[in-house]
Design a protein around this ligand. Sequence first.
Ligand SMILES: [Zn+2]
Ligand SMILES: [Zn+2]
Length: 303
Amino acid sequence: MKTLPFSKPGRWFRGNLHTHSTNSDGHRSPAQVCAYYRRRGYGFISLTDHFLENYGWPVSDTTPYRTKGFTTILGAELHTPKTSLGDQWHILAVGLPADFAPTGKRETGPQLAKRARDAGAYVAAAHPAWYDLTDRDVLALKAAHAIEIFNTTCARHNGKGDSTSYLDRLLSQGHRYHAIATDDAHFSPGRLDMGVNWVMVRARKHDPKSLLAALHAGSFYASQGPEIRDVKIERRRKLTVRTSGVRAVFVSGRGSLSAYAHAQATRDLTKTEMDVSKFRGSYARITIVDRRGNRAWTNPFEL
Ligand SMILES: [Zn+2]
Ligand SMILES: [Zn+2]
């Protein structure tokens, strides 16, 4: 519970942690990408171009596009051969130094992820469902803080944007990851891969360092629309979740463990109370679903 952000001091900042620009295979310039998210009320983004030789090893410089209400965290999506299926790895690194050294000829995915983490980055296994990573692949990325559980552009590309099953399987086996949702926006014509999945980060200050520290601390939740306003647990038993209007609230844990509430008739749920004593000894995480089917997800926590 200590890791959940809801009772922490600070404010909420909406952020997209995974985006591309014309510095790699995106369709808009860094300035245009930043302008898009700034105009939609985001507090920050990380522009994470593909860190590959053919693009000149970009850690895209977004510092010129920081304004009073909008900031950026430098980052990149890292690649190197090869996963169990023989693909290039996709490793999201948010909070990279601008001079992060090019990937070495023999550097493996796990080594590259570790080098990014050692350099201060918040590291995520990007879109595992999209390219059928095995659980063993994900676990090999020991440096990963998070699993990207939903990715807009993957949902639009091959229908495999949802990686929540990886999170639950690995949590059930005793591993611990945060859960991020991102756009991975490329602004590809017709794909509409922007402004759909984001994180809400709770931080005291609106600057890259504070936001990155909040990510490392797990002080955020992920969303496609609905808001999670508060989560409280009393006596390791009584859970109270306050949300924007939703049709369902799920608590999921190890294996089939679950607690749930569904809205009756036309009245949405905004305050949901449940007995969660059965989650002792398991992880728990909360998913809410609104009437459009959009979801929001807390990070996993223990009672
Ligand atoms: Zn990718
Ligand atoms: Zn990407």
